[in-house]
Ligand binder design. Structure first.
Ligand code: PLP
Length: 400
């Protein structure tokens, strides 16, 4: 009979997927469900990016490419890092894969031995924990502080570091909290890292261009060049250029690490798609005005949804600095009884109640290592967001 490998036995089918399936089933039964779970922009891939992909096909760029990115793709990444982040890399310090997710996977597979510890700043993207587990590492979650928008506190980080700590993984702006580090708060984290030479930093910058209110984006390797020899900076075109389906992400860091990651990639996908690389070059080197236009659209949605949710009794919603998620605190609802007689025991029952009785699909915070919250993606039409807020406001008004 069928038996799963031990390495994936600890990995449950994600509750996010289960919620998605329930929402789809309800929709197919004719229920007017609004799904606010998606982690992708609702905009289209820019037209010039699509044209570059078509041209690549016509030019015969349809063969295997260099293992971790074509020279042209690597040069586009080098140019991006220099232009936008003030970081200088050589080609052998750059790697390109099928999404930022594959870069994360390569890095953990290439570096973790059983028992090696990875500190995750909670709330964290669910895949981080699962990729660490598949790679044989041990997840060490450290909860962020409510008073700083759930950002990691340097003292809490210091207390979590052991001789087995290999990595700290940070994501700013964050999925799911939307919180971002500025130079001061990131600098304080890097001061801790500086004191522990066994600890490397993986910096996930995938939401770099979704940072609001004219805040300046800051990445670790630029802030502390003296630590760059143990920092892997990860980014990609999925969120910035609405290219989630193209599967193209990249990373840059010490050449020894990049070479080890290439070994992993060589035995999984061989190389990122030749056509997606051509498209990503066009995205990185083409007109950049869409970034500001889309940022402004997301910022307006963020303002409206965070204010409306914050006005709901039992819910506290801060206005996050970036990404396209709000992560309201719903502890004020927990223990309450709904109009239908359901007792809201925790964030999962809150999410189930909103979906089953009020046709709004959100993701419970426990999926991200942070119970007592839920995540809403506002990468959706304003009319849908307004309707979702109406439903949530009506639902919580009846909780006793
Ligand atoms: N990092 C974070 C924090 C994400 O939320 C996501 C996607 O949801 C990714 C990385 C993966 O992006 P990609 O499409 O480049 O694999």
């Amino acid at each position: 009979s069928f038996r799963r490998a031990a390495r994936i036995q600890a990995i449950a089918v994600s509750e996010i997927l289960r919620i998605g399936e329930t929402a789809r089933r309800m929709k197919s039964e004719g229920r007017p469900v609004i799904v606010l779970g998606a982690g992708e922009p609702d905009f289209d891939t820019p037209s010039w990016v699509k044209e570059a992909a078509k041209a690549a096909i016509d030019a015969g760029q349809t063969k295997y490419t260099a293992l971790d990115g074509t020279p042209a793709m690597k040069d586009a990444v080098i140019g991006k890092f220099e232009r936008e982040n003030g970081l200088r890399f050589r080609r052998d310090e750059v790697t390109v894969g099928a999404g930022a997710k594959q870069i994360l996977y390569n890095a953990f597979m290439a570096t973790l031995d059983p028992g090696d510890e990875v500190i995750l700043a909670a709330p964290y993207w669910t895949s981080y924990a699962d990729i660490v587990a598949i790679s044989g590492g041990a997840v060490v979650p450290v909860r962020g502080r409510p008073e700083t928008g759930l950002r990691l506190d340097p003292a809490d980080l210091e207390a979590a570091i052991t001789p087995r700590t290999r990595w700290l993984l940070l994501n700013s702006p964050s999925n799911p909290s939307g919180s971002a580090y500025d130079a001061e708060s990131l600098g304080a984290i890097l001061d801790v890292i500086a004191r522990h030479p066994q600890v490397w930093l993986m910096m996930d910058d995938i939401y770099e261009h979704l940072l609001y209110d004219d805040r300046a984006f800051v990445t670790a390797a630029a802030l502390r060049p003296d630590l760059a020899n143990r920092i892997l900076t990860i980014n990609g075109v999925s969120k910035a250029y609405a290219m989630t389906g193209w599967r193209l992400g990249y990373g840059a860091g010490p050449a020894e690490l990049i070479a080890a990651m290439a070994v992993v990639q060589s035995q999984s996908t061989s190389n990122p798609s030749s056509i997606s690389q051509a498209a990503a070059i066009a995205a990185l080197e083409g007109p950049q005005e869409i970034l500001a236009e889309r940022r402004a659209a997301f910022q307006a949605r963020r303002d409206r949804i965070s204010e409306r949710l914050d006005n709901c009794p039992g819910i506290t919603c801060r206005k996050p600095e970036g990404a396209f998620y709000v992560f309201p605190d719903c502890t004020g609802l927990i223990g309450g009884r709904t109009a239908s007689g359901r007792v809201l025991e925790n964030d999962s029952t809150v999410a189930r109640w909103l979906l089953e009785e009020h046709d709004v699909a959100v993701v419970p915070g426990s999926c991200f290592g942070q119970p007592g919250h839920f995540r809403i993606s506002y990468a959706a039409a304003q009319s849908e967001l307004d309707m979702a807020c109406d439903r949530i406001a009506a639902a919580v008004a009846d909780v006793a």
